[in-house]
Design a protein around this ligand. Structure first.
Ligand SMILES: [Zn+2]
Length: 145
């Protein structure tokens, strides 16, 4: 079911800003990668290479570590894709931070709504009598006030 977009004007400024930054990120980012970037030093295997004898000359390569379904995995990243992967990883972290900020703003709004008895949304159902005769609607008994 399509949901109506909420009117941004009812949102606090900080939340509006977060949402618009997230929108921008989603629209512009080429990709997203969750995980940790790990640089590992390895020997290439050529006996004539310096790395065979010198630990400091070992070749550094990038890996993306991820936990998938409880298992930790390591994906080797070829040198030509390193900058792409770093960018996608950065994009994910930015998105994650924005989501976290939104969650904190949501929590603030929640505690605000809890402290005001009417809540954030005013229930404008103060009609004196039900106007429709739909059989599917359940009528709540009105308590005498
Ligand atoms: Zn080598």
């Amino acid at each position: 079911m399509p949901r109506q977009p909420i009117s941004p004007s009812i949102l606090p400024a900080a939340e509006r800003q977060c949402r618009s930054r997230l929108h921008q990120l989603l629209n512009q980012a080429e990709g997203f990668l969750h995980g940790s970037l790990i640089v590992m030093a390895r020997r290439c295997g050529k006996p004539t290479c310096r790395c065979a004898t010198d630990d400091n000359a070992r070749h550094q390569s990038l890996y993306l570590g991820q936990t998938l379904e409880g298992k930790s995995t390591m994906i080797y990243i070829p040198a030509r894709l390193e900058s792409t992967v770093r960018q996608w990883h950065d994009n994910f972290q930015q998105a994650e931070q924005l989501i976290e900020q939104l969650s904190q703003q949501g929590r603030a709004r929640l505690s605000q709504a809890k402290s005001t008895k009417s809540g954030t949304t005013k229930s404008g159902t103060t009609k004196s009598a039900p106007t429709s005769r739909k059989t599917s609607t359940t009528q709540t008994p009105r308590k005498p006030s």
